[in-house]
Design a protein around this ligand. Structure first.
Ligand code: PGA
Length: 236
């Protein structure tokens, strides 16, 4: 994994956006897998400002809460529309997001996996949880996992409670699997802030283990970690 150290969050956002822009310039029909969360917000802002042409590109949302759909403001689909999709020019038919309200969530995940197999992800952008999750692949997730319904850890539900003013954080979610993520041609992992310093140390200096789902990315042949000073402060 190549490690790119940047000064702060704003530099991280610019760097991430320029890496995406570079890939899009090489391949206008780029298939992206994109995350939500606090970390990529600056990248989306930068990407929007760059006025890039996404008309031939495809995007898959990385994960979603079970029970939530695009009309729910806490849903990742809603986040994605507000922060990125409504501001750029993807074609509707090239945008794939989970329907967390589907009657059969297993089938929803199976169909999603098939779509990804068909299109093939060129570039997966990921955040990382304090517990080492990527997407909603929580500690203990198999490296051979595909897109599926998962139970969320208490730590993840606590971290995300700030986004739920009313009601509880759902206990289940849908996520693109670790094997599916590893199938991407290129992976860019973003980490910012001191609260990620411990997990970044484990990721870079620790063992590859199911207990740290993100650690599998160390075995990918084209993976880049973009990390700011605060998140990399414990690295040797
Ligand atoms: P964050 O979330 O970007 O809000 O820190 C990352 C994650 O939990 O995957």
């Amino acid at each position: 994994m190549i490690i790119i150290k940047v000064k702060d969050y704003s530099e991280l956002s610019r760097k991430a956006a320029s890496l995406v822009a570079e890939e899009l310039a090489k391949k206008p029909d780029l298939a992206l897998c994109l995350p939500t969360g606090a970390t990529p917000l600056g990248m989306y802002e930068q990407l929007t400002d760059k006025n890039l042409d996404f008309s031939k590109a495809t995007m898959f949302l990385l994960d979603e809460y079970a029970g939530l759909g695009v009309d729910d403001e806490e849903s990742f689909a809603c986040y994605m529309c507000l922060n990125f999709l409504d501001l750029v020019n993807f074609r509707k038919e090239n945008v794939f997001m989970f329907n967390g309200k589907a009657a059969d969530l297993d089938k929803e995940c199976e169909d999603y996996e098939k779509k990804i197999e068909e299109k093939k992800i060129d570039l997966a952008i990921l955040g990382i949880g304090k517990n080492g999750h990527v997407g909603f692949n929580e500690p203990g997730s198999s490296f051979s996992s595909q897109t599926r319904v998962v139970s969320l850890s208490e730590q993840t539900r606590e971290s995300n409670a700030k986004y739920f003013e009313k009601g509880e954080v759902p206990s289940k979610a849908l996520t693109v699997g670790l094997k599916t993520i590893m199938g991407a041609k290129k992976i860019i992992l973003l980490a910012s802030g001191a609260e990620k310093a411990e997990v970044i140390k484990q990721l870079v200096e620790g063992e590859i283990s199911y207990q740290l789902p993100a650690s599998v990315i160390n075995t990918h042949k084209d993976a880049v970690l973009v990390v700011d000073r605060a998140a990399s402060k414990l690295l040797k």
